[in-house]
Write a protein that binds this ligand. Structure first.
Ligand code: KIV
Length: 269
């Protein structure tokens, strides 16, 4: 697959919305051109998640990610994949006011090929979402367990366990839909609550740790391919034992080098 010629037709915000009720949406994170190109044929949306601050940069949470870092990685992802919708995850502190949010979102559109941005927060962010949408920015709202609130909340907590919380999540989702979000991302929410939200909305939901009733699913690539060995959230299905495979392959290379078995004539000029 070429990095320059799109393998299939470019997806749009409208075509993604039309898939609600027709076909499940496939979303995955990517942080560079290489992995983006591997996902290009099968992903409907690629999220340049601020999770890169943890999985790529080795930090304990997402909070120290910056606009500059996110833009750097988004440019790389956009050069690796053209057909999926590329989503820029607005980092913590970059959208506290509607003016700041718009200034930063315009920077994203001007400096990268991203199609949309994602922001965390419920009804309290509705005014910001509306302002962005009115000014030509496509927005995904992220509710439920919100990693950017981890320090304020004192940890990662599954949402929707009480009827009050269920009502709050449903209200958040409806208000954000009304504000113009084209997708609502549901993270760490009890399955039955996420299904109820999905059934009540006209826009698609994409879940992570929110059960099978959502309109689509997203996973962090380094989780789903088993590159993290120390911690695996319950909602992550490991599709590859990546860390083990890389370690084994690398120690084979090390053995060959130490024993003078690499390079042979086949790999020499
Ligand atoms: O940053 C990220 O990868 C995310 C996903 C967990 C949805 O926001």
């Amino acid at each position: 697959m070429s990095m320059l010629i799109p393998a299939r037709k470019k997806l749009t915000v409208k075509s993604i919305q039309k898939l609600k009720g027709q076909e499940k949406l496939v979303m995955v994170t990517a942080y560079d051109a290489l992995f983006a190109s591997l996902f290009e044929d099968d992903a409907d949306l690629i999220l340049v998640g601020d999770s890169l601050n943890m999985s790529f940069l080795g930090n304990g949470d997402t909070l120290s990610a910056t606009m500059d870092q996110m833009i750097y990685h988004t440019k790389a992802v956009c050069s690796g994949a053209q057909s999926p919708i590329i989503v820029f995850d607005m980092p913590f502190g970059s959208y506290n006011t509607k003016e700041e949010a718009l200034k930063n979102a315009i920077r994203v559109y001007k400096e990268t090929g991203a199609d949309a941005i994602k922001i965390e927060g419920g009804a309290e962010r509705a005014e910001i979402v509306e302002h962005l949408v009115k000014n030509g920015i496509a927005v995904i709202s992220h509710i439920g367990l919100m990693p950017q609130f981890v320090r304020a909340d004192g940890g990662y907590k599954v949402r929707g366990k009480s009827s009050e919380d269920e009502a709050e999540l449903l209200k958040d989702a409806k208000i954000l839909e009304q504000a113009g979000a084209f997708v609502i991302l549901l993270e760490g929410i009890k399955s039955e609550v996420a299904t109820k939200i999905t059934n009540e909305l006209k826009v698609p939901t994409i879940g992570i740790g929110a059960g099978a009733g959502c309109d689509g699913q997203v996973l962090v690539w380094s989780d789903m391919f088993g590159f993290f060995e120390s911690f695996k959230p319950k909602f992550v299905k490991k599709y590859l034992n990546g860390a083990k495979l890389i370690r084994e392959a690398f120690s084979e290379y090390k053995k060959d080098v130490k024993e003078g078995k690499f390079p042979t004539d086949e790999y020499s000029y």
